[in-house]
Write a protein that binds this ligand. Structure first.
Ligand code: ZN
Length: 257
């Protein structure tokens, strides 16, 4: 393999098989993350079927369909799936807090509860996590502070700069999306974080606006992310590609990638 997409919502593409085949042609390993109950089942099935797909199970801070926070009952159902499939998992994700898409402050307590429920599982089973924290970056960093988790990957960070330094100190990884091609806030992450703590992701099928064109993100776009990181860091693309691959391999080795 040559690249890693460490955060992709494979289960929600309409044309999953094509997406995976295109990724395979570029030798891309895909960490497939889950958002809601049905995602989790689909993610496991995809990992069973394709040898370049590795599953993460969890509940996102909001359901993509109902746009509401998940509840603890659902989290317990996912926990059962996690426990049954421990040796197959790349980790727990996508977890976190969201104060951007979810404006209803009444949902914050339950978001915290579900997030911490999954953090407990990550600690218990020594699994890595991929974390969402849009507009809730400080709260997320606060919750993670005392946790002893195998690896913490902060996904698509665009929050306050002082927390980037804090994350570096704590040994977190930061996964970079194609938004690095145009988002000043996301580019700062690449400037500040040492190459040793960077990862690449598509967060597909999210839409990106690149050169005024709207594109649906998919694993193959991590190649563009690698090139852009090399440009920002002023390093040779091939070296950056190898290093970023090894970073991901080191974290997810546990799952026999
Ligand atoms: Zn995501």
């Amino acid at each position: 393999m040559a690249y890693f997409d460490v955060h992709c919502h494979l289960a929600i593409y309409p044309n999953i098989q094509k997406i995976i085949e295109r990724a395979k042609k570029l030798s891309i390993s895909i960490i497939a993350v889950s958002m809601d109950l049905s995602d989790n089942k689909k993610t496991l099935d995809l990992a069973e079927k394709y040898n370049n797909v590795f599953p993460m199970l969890a509940l996102h801070p909001f359901s993509p369909i109902s746009r509401s926070a998940p509840n603890l009952e659902e989290a317990k159902l996912v926990a059962t799936m996690i426990e049954k499939n421990l040796n197959k998992l790349a980790g727990i994700g996508e977890v976190g807090l969201d104060h951007y898409f979810l404006k209803d402050k009444n949902s914050y307590a339950i978001q915290n509860e579900v997030f911490n429920y999954f953090l407990d599982l990550a600690e218990k089973y020594q699994l890595g996590i991929t974390v969402h924290g849009k507009n809730a970056e400080r709260e997320v960093f606060e919750q993670l502070k005392s946790r002893k988790i195998h690896s913490i990957s902060i996904h698509w960070y665009s929050g306050p700069q002082d927390l980037i330094n804090e994350g570096i100190k704590r040994g977190y990884y930061f996964s970079i999306t194609p938004a690095v091609l145009y988002s000043a806030k996301h580019r700062i992450v690449v400037e500040k974080v040492p190459l040793e703590q960077l990862l690449t992701e598509s967060d597909g099928p999210v839409n990106y606006k690149i050169k005024n064109k709207s594109i649906t993100g998919e694993p193959i776009h991590v190649a563009d992310v690698v090139s852009e990181i090399a440009k920002i860091k002023n390093l040779e693309t091939e070296k950056v590609k190898q290093k970023l691959y090894l970073n991901a391999k080191k974290i997810y080795e546990k799952s026999n990638l």
